[in-house]
Design a protein around this ligand. Structure first.
Ligand code: SAH
Ligand code: SF4
Ligand code: F3S
Length: 441
C-alpha cells in the first residue's frame, strides 16, 4: 500500500494505439478522481489491465495473469479488467477470477468515476454497454504520456465485420466525433507544445462527421493546416473506404505525413472474399496506383494474415506476388487465429500451425529482401526527422522521418540535436528496418 493516504493505481496496457490512447484517457480520469499512478503492482491499491483480444488466445493469457495476482487480494488490493477482453468476456471474468472487482469495456469509460465509487465501497462494478451506440469517450482529462506525438481518436468501433476479427464485438458500432471538436483538440495540443498529431480509429478513414461539415480528407487537411502543427499521421485506413481525395490531401498539405498504412490481409481475391474484406486484389491495387502516381513519394505499409481457413498454396503465392507488386516499406504478418464470436469460427481452421508458421516465415523473408532493396533508394537524400531520443552507447540520435522510418544519425556535437525538435539528416547507409545518416542542419 502507499505510504500516504492518496489512493494509487497501476495500469498496464496491451494492444493497438487506440488502447494506448484510451489508457491515456483512463489515467487522466483516475487522476481527476484523486488517484495517483504508480509504477509497480506492489505500490498500487488498484491494479488495472487494459486488454487486447485480437489473436492468440488473448483471454487465456489475461486469466493466467489474474490468477497470479490472486495472492495480492489479502493485501487489500483491488483488480480491474478494461478493454477488449473485458467487453468480450463480461461477467465470466468474475466467475473465473472472483477477486476482480471491475470489468469495463471501452464504450463505458466515461462512467469510470461512478464505478470507482462502487468498488471503493467494496462492491463490484461493470461497464459493458452492449449497445455501444453512444458517443465517443471524449474527456478533457487525457494524461498524454507520449511527449512528442499527440493522439486524437476521431472514430471508435467498427461496422465491417471481417470474418476473422473480434473488434466489432469488442468496440461496438462505428461512431465519429464532430470535426470541429477534433480541430479544437488539435489546437489544444499545439498549446501544450505538440507539433505532431496522430488521428486514430480502427478504420480512421471510415470517418463520418456527425455535423456533416467535413469529409475525412477535408478533416485531414484542416488538421494539417492548424498553425503550429508540423506532422499529421493517421491509422488505420481501410482499403474499401480509401478515396483518391486522401492522396490529393497529402499532395496538397505538406504537414500530412507521406505514409499510409493500408492493411491488405491477403493477395488472393478468393480469400479476401472469404474474409469479407469488401474489396478485390484489383481494387486494392487501384488504390496503391493512386498513391504511386502522387506528387509526393508515399510510403506504404500493410498487415497480412497467413493461414486463413481454406488458404491454398496458390492463394498464398498471390500474397507473395502482391508484396512484390506493391513494394511495401513494412509489413506486419500474423498467423490466422480463431477468435470468439467471429463468423470464421464456423470454418474449419484446418491449416496446421506448422504450415502457418512456414508461410509466416516465407512472407517475412520475402519482405526483408524487398525492404533491403527499397531502403537503398534513400541513400544520399536529405530527410527531415523528429528527434525522438538518443542512443548513448552508439553515440547516435534516434529520429523518425515523415514516412515513419527510423533514421538514426550522428551530429558533430551533442548540443546540435535536441529531442523533440526537427533536424535535417543525410542518409548514408540503410538496413532492412532502419536508416543511418548524419545531421546536416
Ligand atoms: N481495422 C484494421 C485492422 C485492425 S486489427 C483493418 O481492417 O485493416 C489489426 C490487424 O490484426 C489486422 O489488420 C489483422 O492483420 C490482424 N488480425 C485481426 N484479427 C486477426 C485474427 N483473428 N488472426 C490473425 N490476425 C488478426
Ligand atoms: Fe477488424 Fe475488419 Fe473492422 Fe479491421 S475492418 S477492425 S479487421 S472487422
Ligand atoms: Fe486489440 Fe482491441 Fe485494439 S482487440 S487491437 S485492443 S481494438
Amino acid at each position: 500500500m502507499s505510504g500516504d493516504s492518496q489512493k494509487t493505481f497501476y495500469l498496464e496496457t496491451f494492444g493497438c494505439q487506440m488502447n494506448v490512447h484510451d489508457s491515456e484517457k483512463v489515467i487522466g480520469t483516475l487522476v481527476q478522481q484523486g488517484y495517483r499512478q504508480v509504477e509497480t503492482v506492489e505500490q498500487a491499491d488498484l491494479i488495472l489491465y487494459n486488454t487486447c483480444s485480437i489473436r492468440d488466445k488473448a483471454e487465456q493469457k489475461v486469466f493466467h495473469r489474474l490468477a497470479d495476482f490472486k495472492k495480492l487480494q489479502s493485501q487489500g488490493k483491488k483488480f480491474g479488467v478494461l478493454g477488449c477482453v473485458a467487453q468480450q468476456e463480461g461477467d465470466r471474468i468474475f466467475e473465473r477470477a472472483p477477486h476482480v472487482s471491475l470489468v469495463c469495456g471501452s464504450a463505458s469509460y466515461r462512467n469510470l468515476p461512478e464505478m470507482l465509487v462502487q468498488i471503493e465501497a467494496g462492491k463490484r462494478a461493470t461497464g459493458l454497454d452492449d449497445r455501444q451506440t453512444d458517443e465517443c469517450f471524449e474527456t478533457e482529462f487525457t494524461a498524454r504520456t507520449n511527449p512528442y506525438r499527440g493522439y486524437i481518436t476521431i472514430i471508435e468501433g467498427c461496422d465491417k465485420f471481417c470474418a476473422y476479427c473480434v473488434v466489432p464485438f469488442t468496440r461496438g458500432k462505428e461512431r465519429s466525433r464532430t470535426s470541429d471538436s477534433v480541430l479544437e483538440e488539435a489546437r489544444q495540443l499545439v498549446d501544450l507544445g505538440y507539433s505532431e498529431i496522430q488521428l486514430l480509429g480502427q478504420n480512421v478513414n471510415s470517418y463520418k462527421d456527425p455535423a456533416g461539415k467535413r469529409s475525412f480528407a477535408e478533416l485531414l487537411a484542416a488538421v494539417g493546416e492548424v498553425p503550429g502543427i508540423k506532422r499529421v499521421r493517421f491509422t488505420t485506413s481501410h482499403p474499401r473506404d480509401f478515396g483518391r481525395d486522401i492522396v490529393e490531401a497529402i499532395d496538397a498539405v505538406p504537414a500530412l505525413c507521406d505514409h499510409v498504412h493500408l492493411p491488405v490481409q491477403s493477395g488472393s481475391t478468393r480469400v479476401l472474399g472469404a474474409m469479407q474484406r469488401l474489396y478485390t486484389r484489383e481494387q486494392y491495387l487501384e488504390r496503391i496506383g493512386w498513391m504511386k502516381s502522387a506528387k509526393r513519394e508515399i510510403s506504404i505499409t500493410t498487415d497480412v494474415i497467413v493461414g486463413f481457413p481454406g488458404e491454398t498454396e496458390a492463394d498464398f503465392v498471390e500474397t507473395l506476388t502482391l508484396l512484390e507488386e506493391v513494394g511495401y516499406d513494412s509489413v506486419f504478418t500474423f498467423k490466422y487465429s480463431p477468435r470468439p464470436n467471429t463468423p470464421a469460427l464456423k470454418l474449419d481452421d484446418a491449416i496446421p500451425d506448422q504450415e502457418k508458421a512456414r508461410r509466416l516465415e516465407v512472407v517475412m523473408a520475402k519482405q526483408r529482401e524487398i525492404q533491403i532493396a527499397q531502403n537503398k533508394r534513400h541513400i544520399g537524400t536529405v530527410r527531415e526527422v523528429m528527434v525522438e531520443g538518443r542512443n548513448d552507447l552508439r553515440a547516435q540520435w534516434i529520429g523518425r522521418t515523415s514516412q515513419n522510418k527510423t533514421l538514426n544519425f550522428t551530429a558533430s556535437g551533442p548540443a546540435m540535436a535536441k529531442v523533440g525538435t526537427y533536424a535535417q539528416v543525410r542518409i548514408l547507409s540503410t538496413f532492412p528496418n532502419s536508416l543511418l545518416g548524419e545531421m546536416v542542419v
